[in-house]
Every structure is written in structure tokens, then in C-alpha cells.
Ligand binder design. Structure first.
Ligand SMILES: [Zn+2]
Length: 122
């Protein structure tokens, strides 16, 4: 049992829009990282320079955002692949349909709410 075809088309649009956003975000972060990298290269005494720490902190923050965007892009691509395969909206654990409300909140969800609750760590 899969999701309604009209819902599926809607989720596909949502996922594609989200993917375009992620590409834009990653491009912006990459440009910022490149600029920071140039600053870091110009400043070889990073450890002892008073401006060194903020650059490092910003670098960590941006690479964190970049990793998160990559993870979400992978999840979005996987969801689009499930739409193409006709398995979108089916729980990967129990095989039952994932509630439409849950997919609206998280179109990349692979588990129904019951299965997600079972594996969730406190
Ligand atoms: Zn399930």
C-alpha cells in the first residue's frame, strides 16, 4: 500500500524544492568557507593571533552546516528515489503506510511514527 498518487506528486514537488534550497545553501556555505580558507592561509600564525580563534570557530560552524546539508540532501535524494520506485510513504521497518501528516512534517521519513518511537533513544 503506497501513498495517494496526488499526494506523491505533492511530496515530490516539496522534496525537489527542498533540494534546490539545499544546493543554494551549500553553495553559499562553500563560498564562505573558501573566503575563510584564504584568510586562514594568509594568517599562518593562527594559534597565536587574536583573530585566529573566531576564524576557527566560524570554520567549525560552517563545516557543521555543510555536513548537515549533505546529510539532508542524501535523505532528500533517497526519498525522491522511493517516489520513483513506488515505495514512498511505506515504513521501511513494518511495511505499513506512513501517516500523511508525518510525511508533511518530514517528507524524508522512512519509518512510521510507531517504528520511529521504538528506535528513538532518550
Ligand atoms: Zn513502521
Amino acid at each position: 500500500m503506497s501513498t495517494d498518487p496526488s499526494d506523491e506528486a505533492r511530496f515530490e514537488r516539496m522534496l525537489r524544492a527542498r533540494r534546490a534550497e539545499l544546493d543554494d545553501d551549500s553553495a553559499a556555505v562553500d563560498a564562505r568557507l573558501e573566503a575563510l580558507g584564504a584568510m586562514r592561509d594568509a594568517n599562518t600564525d593562527d594559534e597565536h593571533d587574536p583573530d585566529g580563534a573566531p576564524v576557527s570557530a566560524e570554520w567549525s560552524r560552517l563545516t557543521g552546516i555543510r555536513l548537515e546539508a549533505d546529510r539532508e540532501r542524501a535523505a532528500t535524494d533517497a526519498a525522491l528515489a522511493r517516489i520513483a520506485a513506488g515505495t514512498f510513504g511505506t515504513c521501511e521497518s513494518c511495511g505499513r503506510p506512513i501517516a500523511t501528516a508525518r510525511l508533511e512534517a518530514r517528507p524524508t521519513a522512512t519509518l512510521c511514527i510507531e517504528c520511529a518511537a521504538l528506535i528513538r533513544r532518550p
